[in-house]
Design a binder for this molecule. Sequence first.
Ligand SMILES: [Zn+2]
Length: 122
Amino acid sequence: MNDNITSLTRKELKDLKVLLQFTAVYCANRHTSDRAAVITAEPDLLSLSLHKYPVCKECSDFLLYAFERRLRCPLEEKPICKHCTVHCYKPGHRDKVREIMRFSGQYLIKRGRLDLLWHYFF
Ligand SMILES: [Zn+2]
């Protein structure tokens, strides 16, 4: 077992927060299952205000997997995952990230929430 967990940087926490926000938007518009806050024991993730972004079970599993991967990234200098050479995500995961970002990106643009996109791209 590799339990070599490192703390997340501010940049990484920001990335995960964006993924959390975008997934919550996606879930609210695409999924009809009951939603609840993502439950995690990772201290680093508590600062993300998980209770503000309830998602369904499927999206919760998706987010926990993404958080897990980031917490256990083997690279010393963690690149933004979309530029990563390791590709630690399981098949299908990156496609789902792309789908969520595309859907929620368009959704937020239509509603003038460019402030959220701004945080993502800059
Ligand atoms: Zn969902």
